[in-house]
Write a protein that binds this ligand. Structure first.
Ligand SMILES: Cc1cc2nc3c(=O)[nH]c(=O)nc-3n(C[C@H](O)[C@H](O)[C@H](O)COP(=O)(O)O)c2cc1C
Length: 302
């Protein structure tokens, strides 16, 4: 079986493993082997690492404990926490176009996402203007005419149990914010149509995966990671997004107008634009399960 360990050249792994072992033996230095330290260690010639393991480790530990590094790290944590907690899906947009350079920078940030074996199996098709309008039109017409959804990746048809409860909860929150009564089928249908039109966002980024990984859950996982990166990076620039499965519900329409090559498979799309602050559904804050419910800690007590 191919594993991470078997793929990395020993020049890279051995010195670091040795150092980590040394650090954990001494106890006090264990937590100082951060990614920055690892990078720095990787740059040190093997012979030096093997021969001088103690001094190098101590030196790098000191570097990571400098007051400047600590202060910066604290600031980053709070900025990161509020970015993650303040972000929400945006479903109402201003018509203002989003400059291409801004989107390029968002993709530049997002491409730093991790992926299995660093395969980076993702592609981004950034659409605006006429091609995007043609996709909205084709997607909507087909859904109105009762065409069954046509997605390119396997899909769970209908949530159940707790998943279904949460699906209903967010729908109720959105409808209540918009003043849409649950019985009002027409307005609920209009809302669904907004989704098929990608909420009239000025930009849509279609995320695709290499076809060789079409049925590979790990490749799909990688695309999820990079897509969240896109959404967060956009948020830092004052842009809103909604990851929008409805927008690719008729994937062959998307494929045609976005000119997607045959060796890629459509995963999802991300509607993006400057949020319309008067659109009330943009204020909806969805709930999250608490840490005690989602996490199981093992070996921490005693
Ligand atoms: C894979 C995926 C597909 C989604 N598709 C849709 C969609 O088709 N329509 C929609 O309104 N929201 C869609 N969403 C947004 C979710 O409803 C939203 O992320 C969730 O309710 C949590 O709310 P928040 O993003 O505001 O925190 C999708 C999200 C993900 C991750």
């Amino acid at each position: 079986m191919v594993t991470y360990g078997s793929l990395f050249p020993s020049r890279f792994t051995n010195p670091i493993d040795a150092m980590q072992k040394s650090a954990s033996c001494s106890g006090s230095e264990q937590s100082t082997v951060t990614p920055i330290t690892r990078r720095a260690m990787a740059a040190i010639p093997d012979t030096f690492v093997f021969n001088e393991i103690g001094p190098v480790s101590t030196q790098l530990a000191r570097l990571n404990q400098s007051p400047a590094v600590k202060r910066e790290a604290r600031m980053d944590v709070e900025a990161f926490r509020s970015m993650v907690q303040d972000r929400r899906s945006v479903r109402g947009y201003r018509i203002d176009p989003v400059p291409r350079e801004v989107i390029e920078d968002i993709i530049d940030i997002a491409r730093g996402a991790p992926s299995s074996m660093n395969t980076q199996p993702w592609h981004f098709h950034v659409l605006t203007g006429e091609p995007l309008d043609l996709i909205r039109q084709g997607n909507t017409e087909r859904m109105v005419n009762g065409a069954s959804p046509q997605r390119e990746i396997p899909l769970n048809h209908g949530y159940e149990g707790a998943h279904r409860d949460r699906q209903i909860e967010i729908a109720v929150q959105l409808f209540e914010s918009m003043g849409i009564a649950w019985e009002d089928k027409e307005r609920r249908r209009d809302w669904a149509m907004r989704g098929f039109r990608q909420f009239d966002a000025p930009v849509s980024i279609v995320v695709t995966v290499d076809r060789t990984l079409e049925n590979d859950a790990v490749g799909h996982f990688d695309c999820g990671a990079v897509t969240y990166g896109l959404v967060l990076a956009a948020w830092t620039k004052g842009l809103g997004c909604v990851i929008n499965g409805q927008g690719i519900m008729q994937s062959d329409v998307v494929r045609e107008h976005a000119n997607i090559p045959e060796d890629q498979v459509i995963m999802t799309c991300v509607a993006m634009g400057y949020p319309d602050d008067d659109f009330v559904a943009n204020d909806v804050k969805s709930t999250r399960r608490p840490v005690e419910e989602v996490a199981n800690f093992v070996g921490f007590d005693g």
